[in-house]
Ligand binder design. Structure first.
Ligand SMILES: Cc1cc2nc3c(=O)[nH]c(=O)nc-3n(C[C@H](O)[C@H](O)[C@H](O)COP(=O)(O)OP(=O)(O)OC[C@H]3O[C@@H](n4cnc5c(N)ncnc54)[C@H](O)[C@@H]3O)c2cc1C
Length: 449
């Protein structure tokens, strides 16, 4: 891989932007990350990432990818108070068909808040020699040399406007990306956008344990939604600073709590231990809500042409209903794709953005199906037969989990993306799912402490 005497600009210092900057620093002489928010010097929420108020779980595969790019990340987060635990032993999964018994899976998980992860990654990225982070600066458009070539970005700082030249521009500006409009200004047609909307809302709070009170026996609580009958659920994880981060969620337009009393009442309407847990804890934050959870993918890879000097990644291209916890992991995998693409070039040749977008579209197929097969069942009961079959199988799988430790382990691998859907092609596992939960089988609880 040859080093370019070149400059890359990354729009957005979210997870995808930081991961991209880490990779670009290996092959560009200068990398400038431009972020519209004034970034906090410590770990803390910020306006441009409103999702930071809600539970953010990094899947096992994502943790591996980020650890690869930032060696010692897990230890650093642990020093900052983020606990590490075994998924099978520490999770309380309140599933429609019961609660699986704790099972050792050898799958270490670390839980932290989104602001802490972002803070640590930001420090690591800005310590890289080629990287400069410019915050409080909004990218307002692309700088171009005709319709076929992007040569940088236009930026706004308060009232003053400027241009920053670059050989490669990476749009990692998340769900609010303006790339479709910027491409339209270059004469490109609108890319096809596909959405699947389960109309899921989030409401979250952070709690601490009063003096003398021990934290719950579980490290994470997972209570998923399922169309059409399970409209309400929750996530809770123990994170840094000895706190519990709780997100209540609801699908199909379910009204989410606004006030502190509503929050507790909503928790009390759920089976499982969440209400009894938070009832005795001390809230540290107000109720924060969020509702932009639609799955959305933009088919940039299908546009008839694509300007040189530009790529897009992260939520700017494909966003998932966050209930499946995939976004940060996919951002890490896309950075890995970017690294492979940069390494695969002949020295000195520019990156082919159109090829990159095609490969990125391929990378997102599997997580997209994982999220949208169940979510389509919230949109309509008249599903196409492959989606209906997919939902039947998924529900059967989840119903078998509390009764069968092997299926629980296989399902956890799928959920954490450490194994692909083909795991279930193993005839022994496949037949266990088809047979489904057996009456009287052991390993199930209906209550949790
Ligand atoms: C409620 C919720 C909960 C979630 N929970 C999880 C979870 O549990 N696990 C998980 O893996 N993922 C989760 N996600 C998804 C995750 O947040 C994203 O997928 C991930 O952060 C990757 O996003 P990104 O970097 O593309 O965008 P973001 O992280 O949103 O970052 C985009 C950045 O671009 C900046 N920006 C935007 N426009 C401009 C501009 N014009 N100029 C300069 N800067 C700009 C923004 O300020 C922001 O900093 C959740 C998402 C939501 C909404």
């Amino acid at each position: 891989m040859g080093t370019d005497v070149r400059h890359a600009v990354v729009i957005g210092a979210g997870l995808a932007g930081l991961a991209a900057a880490r990779v670009l620093a290996d092959s560009f002489e200068a990398v400038t990350v431009i972020e519209r928010d004034a970034l906090p010097s410590a770990s803390g929420p910020r306006v441009g990432v409103p999702q930071g108020h809600h539970v953010h779980a990094l899947l096992a595969l994502g943790a591996k990818v980020f650890e690869g790019y930032f060696p010692g990340l897990r230890a650093e987060l642990e020093r900052a108070g983020a606990p590490v635990w075994d998924w099978g032993e520490g999770l309380c999964a309140v599933l429609p068909n019961g609660i699986p018994e704790p099972t050792s899976m050898g799958m270490p998980i670390q839980t932290f808040s989104r602001p802490l992860l972002e803070h640590v990654l930001r420090q690591r990225v800005t310590a890289l020699e080629p990287v400069t982070l410019r915050d409080g600066l909004i990218v307002t458009g692309l700088r171009t040399a005709g319709p076929g070539k992007v040569t940088g970005v236009r930026v706004k700082d308060g009232d003053s406007e400027d241009e920053i030249a670059a050989d490669l521009v990476v749009d990692a500006s998340g769900r609010s990306s303006h790339l479709p409009q910027w491409l339209a200004a270059l004469g490109l047609p609108a890319p096809r956008t596909t959405t699947v909307d389960a109309q899921i809302g989030y409401a979250s709070r952070i709690y601490t344990y009063p003096e003398g009170q021990t934290p719950p026996s579980w490290m994470g609580l997972l209570q998923p939604l399922r169309a059409p009958e399970f409209h309400k659920g929750c996530y809770a994880i123990q994170v840094e600073n000895n706190t519990l981060h709780v997100t209540l969620h609801g699908a199909g337009g379910t009204q989410l709590p606004h006030t502190e009393d509503d929050f507790l009442a909503y928790a009390q309407s759920l089976p499982g231990p969440i209400a009894s847990t938070i009832g005795s804890l001390t809230p540290l934050s107000a109720v924060r809500r969020y509702a932009r959870t639609v799955n959305r993918k933009i088919a940039y890879h299908r546009l008839p042409r694509w300007p040189a000097g530009l790529i897009a990644m992260g939520d700017a291209v494909c966003t998932f209903n966050p209930a499946y916890g995939q976004g940060m992991t996919v951002a890490g995998l896309e950075a890995r794709l970017l690294e492979r693409t940069l390494r695969g070039r002949r020295a000195g040749t520019p990156l082919d953005g159109q090829v990159f977008q095609k490969q990125l579209a391929r990378l997102t197929v599997s997580p997209w199906l994982m999220a949208t097969i169940p979510d389509r069942a919230w949109e309509t009961s008249r599903l196409a037969w492959p989606v209906k079959a997919g939902n039947w199988f998924l529900n059967r799988l989840i119903d078998t989990v509390p009764h069968d430790p092997k299926i629980y382990t296989a399902f956890s691998g799928l959920f954490h993306m450490t194994s692909g859907p083909l795991t279930l092609a193993d005839p022994r596992l496949f037949s266990r799912v088809l047979v489904g939960p057996r009456a009287g089988s052991s390993g199930t609880r209906t209550t949790a402490v």
